[in-house]
Design a protein around this ligand. Structure first.
Ligand SMILES: Cc1ncc(COP(=O)(O)O)c(C=O)c1O
Length: 356
């Protein structure tokens, strides 16, 4: 194997590439991984030599704490290739900061900013041929940290592994998105870990989401755990509602992930003078607006799906359809954000970050 060392990162290249097996015109979301991955181990109280290695399995002791206590956090980001084959990231430092917010809450060591950014850039350069240029596609990037330290004792591990893996990906959702407003199960609770990207938050969503899928919905809209009267999030997305011409989204809290796409939608709305209210949104208000025709749009916002229009919602055994409208806010925000991401438009906010 060919071993080179850059300033900090040891790079070990794969002997051969899997890229010729990939159909870039039919990319699933997040299933096909690239040739390399970034890894950095934490032991004896510090992060060790960061490395790029051929993509491979991770071997762990059965008593590793990840298996028992779920100490695992992750991020989701994307890299984009423009017409000139330049590589771009979207607000990557927000992900870097957020993984450390998650780490702190899960009693895991924070990962240094320069290791994160240098590791990410080096990996994207090594696997740059994998970043798709087919329309609507991008390289999904999954940084994550897991507790590798051993012991059947319910306490934080002493050893961890930070990994970045990448998957060239097509669209996250295909077809319509009908959601069920959930009033029994909760995704998160006051004082809990809802604001962190902790693996367990997602494990806890799968069963209620499957029940919703069985009823013909694609996704659940979570309500607050206390009263179940206010809408909060949808799966891996923050939620926006348009009543009349006013755009509404609920404030973030310790139950809700502070989404980067959500923040970007808010900034664009403010920049363009779109009436915006960041406040609690009750299910009652939503149902009333659907009944009196003022509910014009609902959409989810998140890295994976960008902006996903919601076609209707179910609540207490009744379905409410949303109208199909021209010049929707959802389509507008999606275009503005993706034009910045793919370097097709001016970036007055300074969100684009070139990998070079
Ligand atoms: C629970 C949850 N809410 C919201 C989001 C959207 O966040 P972002 O826009 O930063 O991807 C995600 C995805 O990361 C998520 O997992």
């Amino acid at each position: 194997m060919n071993v080179e060392t850059s300033t900090k990162i040891a790079i070990q290249k794969a002997k051969s590439s899997k890229i010729s097996e990939v159909d870039f015109n039919n990319l699933p979301f997040g299933k096909i991984t690239t040739d390399h991955m970034f890894v950095c181990d934490y032991n004896n109280g510090s992060w060790q030599q960061p490395q790029i290695v051929p993509y491979q399995n991770i071997s762990l002791d059965p008593s590793a704490k990840i298996f028992h206590y779920g100490q695992s956090i992750f991020e989701g980001m994307k890299a984009y290739k423009d017409e000139d084959n330049k590589i771009w990231l979207f607000r990557p430092l927000e992900n870097q900061k957020r993984i450390n917010i998650s780490a702190k809450r899960l009693a895991m060591p924070e990962f240094p900013e320069d290791y994160f950014m240098e590791g990410l850039k080096a990996l994207l350069k090594v696997d740059s041929d994998w970043i798709p240029k087919t329309p609507g596609s991008s390289m999904y990037i999954r940084p994550f940290v897991l507790a590798t330290g051993n012991g059947f004792h319910a306490s934080p591990a002493e050893e961890y592994k930070f990994v970045i893996a990448c998957a060239p990906s097509g669209a996250y959702f295909g077809g319509e998105l009908k959601v069920l407003i959930e009033q029994n199960y909760s995704r998160s609770a006051n004082g809990g870990v809802g604001f962190a990207k902790a693996g367990g938050n997602y494990a806890g969503q799968f069963y209620p989401t499957q029940l919703a899928i069985d009823k013909g919905y694609q996704q659940v809209i979570w309500t607050d755990d206390n009263t179940h009267e206010y809408i909060e999030e949808a799966g891996a997305m923050n939620v926006f509602v348009r009543i009349g011409d006013t755009l509404l989204t609920c404030p973030t809290s310790d139950r809700i992930l502070d989404g980067i796409t959500r923040k970007s939608v808010i900034d664009i709305a403010n920049d363009e003078g779109i009436p915006l209210e960041v406040r609690k949104i009750s299910v009652k208000e939503l149902v009333e607006a659907a009944n009196n025709g003022t509910l014009k749009e609902m959409f989810g916002a998140g890295t994976a799906a960008v902006v996903s229009p919601i076609s209707g919602f179910g609540f207490q055994d009744k379905d409410y359809e949303l109208p199909t409208i021209e010049n929707s806010y959802a389509a507008h925000f999606k275009k503005r954000i993706t034009d910045i991401q793919y370097n097709r438009a001016e970036d007055k906010f300074g969100w684009r970050y070139e990998v070079k």
